[in-house]
Design a protein around this ligand. Structure first.
Ligand code: SF4
Ligand code: SF4
Length: 196
């Protein structure tokens, strides 16, 4: 996503960081992106498939089709929530508590962690794993594992995935946004280690 109301060099650095990163738009941090009523028509015309929640709020699920070459192809008219969002890492760069270079290293590390998880996922038929909303997938995987642990031990593959998800959740929580995934996967790991 991107910045709007930060002056001068800082704004440029923050904007360049987003262009390098693009993670907000890829479904690794957010399960959905909200669209305001007045934005529905032009966002829909841009080709983004919209959904309606039970409370009538409109949203879409990233990865976003408007992310092209890691850049938002509808930058001038993107949803307000995309314009206004700043992750922890970007805020740290803007307030000088993190250097741009360090932030880029974090982003690279996080992309590798996300890729490692995607490589372990079998996508539904006729779908590519790059279309997967990893954040939602991990939330539902957690629920599946909680049910499974009542009747059986985890397979070695599930155990590996749980540990990798925990590493991923730690990075999300520390550098991007507070996530329930951290407590959830920490809980699963405790249950594995308790069973010894
Ligand atoms: S995760 Fe942060 S740095 Fe990356 S695109 Fe979103 S706001 Fe920008
Ligand atoms: S509209 Fe643009 S900024 Fe928003 S998710 Fe899509 S590509 Fe990202």
């Amino acid at each position: 996503m991107n910045n709007t109301s930060i002056p001068g060099d800082t704004a440029f650095t923050a904007s360049a960081l987003c262009q390098y990163c693009g993670l907000c738009c890829t479904g690794v941090l957010h399960s959905y992106i909200r669209v305001e009523p007045e934005e529905i028509e032009h966002i829909s015309k841009a080709g983004i498939p919209l959904r309606k929640a039970k409370n009538d709020k409109v949203y879409f699920v990233p990865p976003c089709v408007c992310l092209v070459d890691n850049t938002c192809s509808i930058h001038e008219t993107k949803p307000k929530v995309c314009r206004d969002y700043h992750c922890t890492l970007q805020k740290n760069v803007m307030n000088g508590s993190e250097t741009d270079d360090d932030a880029r290293r974090v982003i690279k590390r996080f992309k590798q962690a996300a890729e490692k998880l995607r490589e372990q996922v079998t996508p539904p038929k006729n779908r590519d794993v790059s279309e997967l909303n990893l954040h939602s997938f991990l939330l539902s995987f957690f629920d599946t594992m909680v049910k499974a642990r009542k009747t059986r031990d985890y397979t070695p593959e599930e155990t590996t995935f749980i540990y990798d998800s925990f590493e991923y959740a730690k990075l999300v929580d520390r550098y991007f946004l507070k996530t329930p995934l951290l407590v959830k996967f920490s809980d699963l790991i405790l249950s594995i280690e308790d069973r010894g």
